[in-house]
Design a protein around this ligand. Structure first.
Ligand code: SF4
Length: 381
């Protein structure tokens, strides 16, 4: 046991089993693969953290994050985990996609899931990598153990191409990864360079990220790879949808995030994604990924806004009424076009929902329609 993975109580020294982010106390030294961080929604679903989520009983994805006191060595402008925060926050205390990520022993996480502490609600597990010298090797260890001990729950890898080579992807496939995803996030080389590359003294390269997507298409095959794309970093609707189409043309899926100004990030003063822009991109993405549509059949105005979706009116109305296009997009669970990774309130507050972590009801869809028409209304309350 590592000397300082301990915590002190009034009269004795206890090994850390579960650490709730708290920057008022000295953060214990916790390292993967012995320890992993998890989303607050996953900790609630696993019964490790008390709490309720608005109109959502749980998450269906156990989102895990590799963890090291040195943290991520990259410095992405919109990310709460970025290197520039190391003075202000220990790594295990940093917020990420709007929430805290408590830390637990991987042994305990596996034991709790095997014991049914999630009541069978996890339909997927995901390992998020970071830019750290140990990240590759520890991801292999975490993946191998999960596939061996909890084979009923498929695994996604949210990869970090900057530390990966092609044969690493082959190894992840051979160990048993179900879906391999690249967090491309920024959809143009210029925005990528500004938010993830030299613009913020960060090591990521757009070309290498795109190559990793091409490797994933070759190694994992259709429906078994994807990319994270962020809407609202300065790209046009046309630009993000043409990238989504290129990924779909290779057989992959697009997992969309509405830009949210993360507390403590270099972009905490940026405006969140425009609701109308986001709704149009959500709808068009769903049409490309799941309704047989194509960005090449879509129409755009001079500002690159979607003005036509390239499908018959009746089809469009039925898709909007279904509410499905406006749900969180991500790796599937038991239904192919419904994300197990529903990331409750990962890109918006419960009082102004952008990605619905549950099936939108009629009243929600009415609000969405008004937002698409440019009305300044909030959805989801
Ligand atoms: S969509 Fe969710 S499960 Fe899939 S790679 Fe991204 S974070 Fe992981």
């Amino acid at each position: 046991m590592e000397a300082n993975a301990l915590t002190t109580t009034s009269d004795s020294i206890q090994p850390v089993r579960f650490y709730q982010s708290d920057y008022h106390v000295r953060t214990p030294e916790m390292r993967s693969p012995e320890f992993v961080q998890m989303s607050t929604a996953a900790a609630i679903t696993l019964g490790l953290t008390p709490g309720k989520m608005h109109r959502t009983p749980c998450t269906h994805c156990l989102n895990l994050l590799v963890t090291y006191p040195e943290g991520c060595r990259a410095n992405c402008a919109y990310c709460g985990l970025a290197r520039h925060r190391e003075e202000a926050r220990d790594y295990a205390d940093r917020n990420f996609i709007r929430v805290d990520w408590p830390t637990a022993r991987y042994d305990d996480v596996i034991a709790r899931v095997k014991a049914g502490a999630d009541h069978g609600r996890f339909e997927r597990m995901c390992i998020s990598m970071i830019t750290h010298p140990r990240s590759n090797d520890d991801t292999f260890v975490l993946l191998e153990r999960w596939v061996c001990e909890v084979p009923r729950v498929p695994v996604s890898i949210l990869s970090n191409p900057t530390t990966l080579e092609k044969d690493d992807l082959e190894r992840m496939r051979d160990i048993g990864t179900d879906i391999f995803t690249v967090a491309l996030d920024a959809v143009t080389p210029a925005i990528f360079e500004r938010t993830r590359g030299k613009g913020v003294d960060s090591p990521h390269k757009f070309g290498h990220y795109w190559r990793a997507i091409e490797w994933a298409a070759e190694i994992f095959g259709p429906e078994k790879f994807g990319a994270h794309l962020i809407c609202g970093l300065g790209e046009t609707e046309r630009e993000i949808l043409e990238v989504a189409q290129a990924i779909r043309d290779m057989g992959g899926h697009n997992h969309m995030f509405a830009f949210f100004p993360e507390r403590g990030s270099l972009m905490e003063d940026w405006p969140p994604a425009d609701r109308g822009q986001w709704r149009r991109v959500q709808l068009a993405r769903y049409i490309i990924d799941y309704a047989g549509g194509n960005a090449r059949d879509m129409e755009f105005d001079a500002e690159g806004r979607v003005t036509g979706y390239g499908v018959p009116r009746a089809t469009l109305e039925a898709l909007i009424d279904s509410g499905k296009p406006f749900r969180t997009s991500g790796c599937p669970g038991r239904q192919d076009d419904v994300s197990a990774c529903n990331r409750p309130y990962g890109d918006s507050s419960p009082t102004d929902i952008l990605s619905f972590p549950f099936a939108p009801q009629r009243r929600d869809v009415e609000k969405v329609r008004r937002q698409m028409n440019g009305e300044n209304v909030r959805a989801g309350i």
